[in-house]
Write a protein that binds this ligand. Sequence first.
Ligand SMILES: [Zn+2]
Length: 310
Amino acid sequence: MVERWQWSEAYGFSWEGHVFPLGKYALLKDRLLKELAVPQEEIGRPDPLDRETLLLGHTAEYLDRLEAMTAFPEQGWYEFEAPCSREVLDGFYAMAAGTVAAIEAGMARKGFAANLGGGFHHAFPWKGEGFCAINDIVVGLRSAHERLGLGKAVVLDLDVHQGNGTARAFEDDNWAFTCSIHQQNNYPVKQRSDLDIGLEDEAADDIYLEALDQALDVCVAQKPELCLYVAGADPYVEDKLGGLNLSLEGFRERDQKVFNAFLREGVPVVAVLAGGYAEKEEDVVEIHFQMIREGIQIEKEAKASQGDGR
Ligand SMILES: [Zn+2]
């Protein structure tokens, strides 16, 4: 069976001087091993994804352009607003493979699984954007839809930035329901998700969690076979790129609401990490860590109450 957690050294590529903290992936993996006693063998090491699978989410022309690395070579930065190199591309391909595998794991165990990376929701089928070269969410879900028979899926995107690339990629797909709760007055130019809730600047725990309750009612009513949870850490009050004011306790409640809503209904939840730009990198890791911890705990409780004590 495919491993429940997915992580690779390739996730930690070097983006020197960039605001995106790539060290968070290894730090999170280490905390799972040490503090949650996750066995090493439960952590899969995805190899970079093959082109055939990448084509499920991107055009051949875009993939060729990525490989050629021809955009903006004079600055050494690429069209997705970050430096590009062989190492960077392989990192993105590995993270997409991690999301493909995590979805397979979540479906197989009918519970909680996660890619300890991924969540690059600003990449469109035909272009990169933001800090996103490959949209692992789209590639992963399409792969499961076409190859594993996944029916209705909900993408619940709680990153502070709207999941514009994902919304656009799935706009004509009835089997994929996209929901995004984000800060309205922030990057990016908005696309239309199936459900968008744009929050005012500085919205804090109460407002955020109320919006989440509304969104979860709509998402659960879709009767999905799987929830792909884009568990961004950047609605955090200390975030440099986000303007919402969620506290660490607010994140814990957020994650509990998400896991309770789906796992207790027997709907698998597969998490990807997405953004997080707190002043302190350890805060970003803590937000992701408590998400994983809550998911493990609530899956355990849900399975016990469903008479399946695995
Ligand atoms: Zn973000």
